[in-house]
Design a protein around this ligand. Structure first.
Ligand SMILES: [Zn+2]
Length: 213
């Protein structure tokens, strides 16, 4: 299975310092099915630690520290930015805050979900729930940005269910209508899992009628 990384130099968009980061150079596409929240199968799944970089000088976290920002360096010193720590989940939460400041709301939401995935891998269920709730908060706070985005609406059903918000999944999704039959089918599956009080991770291939691509 091909998975190769390489070291590359990046100039930080916030402080201007240059630093070396390990990035994914080449990876094979997964052959197995993703999870219901679209977390990919191996080998992409294990490459998650390369999805976020942190500037060693100023603490800026993003997919690449060269991505321009709409905030100043002072924000990176704030308590709010630093509350999540510097482990993998913490770096994703910092990336989420940076993306939110940059008005990249979908990436901000997904970064909280990636933080949850990192917690899942560590077996830290409690923190994974916190991260999923943070992702839902971004969805709720920036509703206009996600209006008409069926993929994200469906993703949020999984975030809600996996953080135990079964009532909301049933209330908001039971009568949801989408333009895609596939999304309708997955939506119905999410609702049935919520009705059973099931907060576990499920594969997309478990959805009745859905086969692995
Ligand atoms: Zn920097």
């Amino acid at each position: 299975m091909i998975f190769r990384t390489e070291e590359k130099e990046f100039k930080c968009a916030v402080c201007g310092e240059t630093s070396v980061h390990e990035v994914i150079a080449e990876q094979e596409r997964p052959t197995g099915a993703p999870d219901l929240d679209m977390r990919p199968d191996e080998p992409v799944r294990s490459g998650i630690k390369y999805w976020v970089s942190k500037c060693p000088n100023c603490g800026y976290c993003n997919s690449s520290i060269a991505i321009p920002v709409k905030f100043t360096k002072e924000y990176l010193d704030s308590d709010n930015y630093n509350k999540s720590g510097d482990d993998l989940a913490g770096r994703f939460m910092k990336k989420s805050l940076a993306c939110e400041k940059n008005k990249e709301f979908e990436e901000a939401l997904k970064s909280c979900m990636y933080a949850a995935w990192a917690c899942d891998d560590e077996g830290d269920g409690e923190r994974a729930v916190e991260c999923r709730r943070a992702a839902v908060r971004i969805y709720d706070t920036h509703g206009a940005a996600f209006k008409d985005n069926a993929d994200i609406k469906l993703l949020v059903a999984d975030l809600l269910r996996r953080s135990g918000a079964y009532d909301r999944v049933i209330r908001d999704y039971k009568d949801a209508r989408y333009g895609s039959e596939l999304i309708m089918t997955i939506n119905a599956f999410q609702v049935s899992l919520a009705e059973q009080g099931d907060s576990a991770c499920h594969k997309a291939t478990e959805v009745p009628g859905v086969r692995a691509k």
